[in-house]
Ligand binder design. Structure first.
Ligand code: URA
Length: 453
């Protein structure tokens, strides 16, 4: 077997077998296959695709490229959650404490932000003292003691994915169903949970821009999880605008705390509650969705979810007083407010027009605004500024007048803030008539949706 032949086979639309896929994955992971050949192979997969069997084999080869985490020492059904990546998505910080307060063990390995999307681990590092890298034995002990731990992925968890993802990120081969499914499911299977709830994002800020593509990705991942003996459920959620009000690491932590205190933004709460409900069902803690929803509301209104957040932060070395008093968090030096007039001027709206609706936005561009301000990585080794980002004051479907504040940018460099402001105003499309609202939850995909095909 040799690499050249396998690249050519895939380039010509051939179907690869187990041995051939393992050869590519293992050869690249251990350094025998160079970047340029793997990049050509990934591009061939991007254009010619992989069938279900090939995608499953790719997932298993990547999951087995390192150590699989053994969670058998943790009591109860371990339920994991993963988002395909979005803008302003802080649901793990909300769901983790809620579920732990309801006795569901959450042993979560999370990632850092990449490209225009944010990552839970960067956000948690905004809490002074918080350790995202702890010994495996302490991780397991903490989940047994307080039901919740969130740590960064260890170097040996699906190392093939780390190398392949870094290459995809710079060769325009990220947004492919087979490659995303294998990337996500290899990490989830290696991370050892019994059940997996997937948040598959749809829209301009997601890798999957249409419901059809997102559905295909969801079905592919549910099929892989099911085949691997893990209950897997996918929820398709909207990513045509940022989720919630805040985009940026510390700003998002503060918004997650506000949600646990009972005053979360409506669409963010709906996504968080839906995902948490399916996790409660998978964890056999609720008999139906209505009961699950009630349990979640009680966890918030009783203050138990917030107490759990404090306990979790403290257990990982963080200063829990920041959870009680969000004002303590470090702030960016400068703010720039963006008004309705800024948006209208950039669109050359008729001079007599004083009131318009926010029709749609290019959400990837909103992610880029945060990145330009310093809140994301331009390359995988960039350091990020945890204090910067933006806060939306208006959402799609809202009307704005000239002097309506639409958003506030937070930054530490005025030049970058001016560039960010330009990108922000260009990202929006305005209309004179009230537009239709996108649903926040599109559909749920379970094993039975595969059987019906
Ligand atoms: N998230 C991942 O972990 N992998 C992908 O390929 C895309 C999103």
């Amino acid at each position: 077997m040799n690499t050249y032949d396998l690249i050519m086979k895939k380039r010509n639309g051939g179907i690869l077998d187990q041995e051939e896929i393992s050869y590519m994955v293992n050869g690249f992971t251990n350094g025998e296959i160079p970047d340029y050949q793997m990049a050509a192979f990934l591009m061939a997969v991007y254009f010619k695709g992989m069938n279900h069997e090939e995608t499953t084999m790719l997932t298993m080869a990547m999951a087995d490229s390192g150590e699989r985490l053994d969670l058998s020492q943790i009591d109860g059904i371990k339920v994991d959650k993963h988002s395909t990546g979005g803008v302003g998505d802080k649901t793990s910080l909300i769901i983790g404490p809620i579920l732990a307060s309801l006795d569901v063990p959450v042993a979560k390995m999370s990632g850092r932000g990449l490209g225009h999307t944010g990552g839970t681990i960067d956000k948690l590092e905004g809490i002074p003292g918080f350790q995202t890298s702890i010994e495996e034995s302490r991780f397991i002990q903490q989940v047994n003691d307080i039901k919740l731990s969130i740590v960064g992925q260890t170097a040996n968890l699906a190392p093939a994915d780390k190398k392949i993802y870094a290459l995809r990120d710079v060769t325009a081969t990220v947004d492919n169903v087979s490659l995303i499914a294998a990337s996500i499911m290899s990490k989830k299977l290696a991370a050892g949970a019994d059940a997996i709830v997937l948040d598959v994002k749809v829209g301009s800020g997601a890798f999957m821009k249409t419901v059809e593509d997102a559905r295909l990705l969801a079905k592919t991942m549910v099929a892989i999880g099911t085949l691997a003996g893990r209950e897997t459920i996918a929820v398709l959620t909207d990513m045509n605008e940022p989720l919630g009000n805040a985009v940026g690491n510390i700003l998002e932590v503060k918004e997650a705390i506000a949600c646990l205190k009972g005053y979360g933004e409506q669409r963010l709460m709906e996504v968080s509650k839906t995902l948490a409900s399916y996790m409660l069902l998978a964890g056999k803690k609720a008999k139906d969705l209505e009961t699950a929803n009630q349990m979640i509301m009680n966890a918030i209104t009783s203050g138990r979810a917030l107490d759990k957040m404090k306990e979790f932060v403290q257990a990982q070395g963080g200063d829990a007083s920041y959870i009680t008093c969000e004002e303590k968090f470090e702030k960016a030096k400068f703010t720039v407010e963006i008004y309705g007039r800024d948006l209208m001027q950039s669109k050359e709206i008729a001079a007599n027009q004083t009131k318009v609706y926010l029709n749609c936005c290019n959400n990837q561009e909103i992610g880029m605004v945060s990145l330009i301000l310093g809140g994301g990585r331009q390359t995988k080794d960039s350091t990020i500024d945890l204090t910067v980002g933006l806060e939306l004051k208006k959402h799609l479907g809202d009307w704005v007048e000239m002097d309506t504040c639409v958003a506030v940018l937070y930054g530490n460099d005025m030049e970058k803030m001016q560039e960010a402001k330009k990108r922000f105003v260009c990202a929006y499309e305005l209309t004179q008539d009230k537009p239709e609202h996108n649903p926040i939850i599109y559909e749920i995909i379970t094993k039975s949706d595969l059987e019906n095909e």
